[in-house]
Design a binder for this molecule. Sequence first.
Ligand SMILES: NC(=O)c1ccc[n+]([C@@H]2O[C@H](COP(=O)([O-])OP(=O)(O)OC[C@H]3O[C@@H](n4cnc5c(N)ncnc54)[C@H](O)[C@@H]3O)[C@@H](O)[C@H]2O)c1
Ligand SMILES: CC(C)[C@H](C(=O)O)[C@@H](O)C(=O)O
Ligand SMILES: [Mg+2]
Length: 409
Amino acid sequence: MAALAGCRAVRLTAPARVNSLKRSASVRQSAVRMAVPRSRGALSVAAAAKNYKITLLPGDGIGPEIMAVAKDILVEVGSQRDIAFDFTECLVGGAAIDATGVPLPPETLATCQASDAVLLAAIGGYKWDTLPADQRPEQGLLGLRAGLGVFANLRPANILPQLIDASSLKREVVEGTDIMVVRELIGGIYFGKPKGFGTDEAGNRTGFNTMVYSVPEIERIARVGFETAKKRSNRLCSVEKSNVLEVSQLWKEIVTKVHQEEYPEVELSHMYVDNAAMQIIRAPTQFDTIVTGNIFGDILSDAASMLTGSIGMLPSAAVGTDGPGLYEPVHGSAPDIAGTDKANPLAQVLSAAMMLRYQFGEEEAAAQIEKAVNDALDEGYRTGDIMSSGCTQVGCVKMGEILMEKIKA
Ligand SMILES: NC(=O)c1ccc[n+]([C@@H]2O[C@H](COP(=O)([O-])OP(=O)(O)OC[C@H]3O[C@@H](n4cnc5c(N)ncnc54)[C@H](O)[C@@H]3O)[C@@H](O)[C@H]2O)c1
Ligand SMILES: CC(C)[C@H](C(=O)O)[C@@H](O)C(=O)O
Ligand SMILES: [Mg+2]
């Protein structure tokens, strides 16, 4: 491909297999029809049975360290399964600001939009913290989510038995936790207008944002919530603040309508967000699937992450009705440990597994990666954030090597 400013093509192709029939292009799938891959190409013969175009966005802080691990794992799994990945690395966030002056260069967005999936690490850091809000690295991430139309963010928080002792809560509280937060990702207070700074009648400076949702925006995320719940234990909890906010009153009304008209078989409950934050800590196993708005989902998914031992364990998938999804850890760029080889790469690696499963329907490849993670934990390997007594502490690079051994075994 032609070199784009801020983007670098890295072609990593699996060994040739002559005479193999293949879907020549990659497969995509929609948010709601996640289990049903849709072929975009005709049958033909080529080097690898499948070829997926992936944009890699290492970003800032620990991003490049954890992305390196995930990329190596993908290449190895791909070569074992006759899958070729065409990787293109692009700049986003602070790295893009430094190189181009903006957090989301047009080349980066165009490359992401033209790919089959986007794997992001994290953006942000101290260096850019003093920039005006509209020029910060975080705007790159918001622009990317909006530009890809990925309105549904699936953030699973399930406790792995090996990590129960790494949770800050008691074993009997967290054991059995398996929550899926379905967070609306491209609306609500993050994107509502008007927003900005002003002056009130008394001459005081003000800052303001608008939390707004339209009926179609609520309907589409509600459907993802119900579909997700149906594939799990058929229970959906809609979280809002309808005792105070009009936007939440509409949210509750529309979720209830979609339930009655389209998903009466799913058990629906409603909860105020402040209570939900408390209940997630008090008794997390009461939750199965949660559907909520942008900012509430941001906060609740960080809270849920600590049930599992560390935010360094939690992957996520952001999907729209069609086109490339965005796969990223729930955590940020962890500037406090960047460059020290202390980062836990597992959320990034598990995000790559989610990409294989949700975007491409590569269930076996995804499960192979998840098993490698499980095996490494079973053998007692831990990064610092999930360390418990009796385990072996390793850095990011070493954890990557251990995963690679498991994948190759
Ligand atoms: N999706 C994203 O790119 C994303 C998400 C959240 C925050 N951020 C940005 O990241 C920067 C730092 O934000 P923050 O400190 O509030 O949140 P953070 O998630 O980066 O870090 C919070 C704490 O968790 C630890 N941590 C996070 N990920 C870890 C990992 N993989 N392994 C080990 N420890 C890990 C960090 O060391 C830190 O102590 C900010 O600029 C913020 O805007 C980006
Ligand atoms: C960095 C920030 C814009 C982002 C968000 O608020 O969505 C982050 O906290 C997340 O959870 O992905
Ligand atoms: Mg967050």
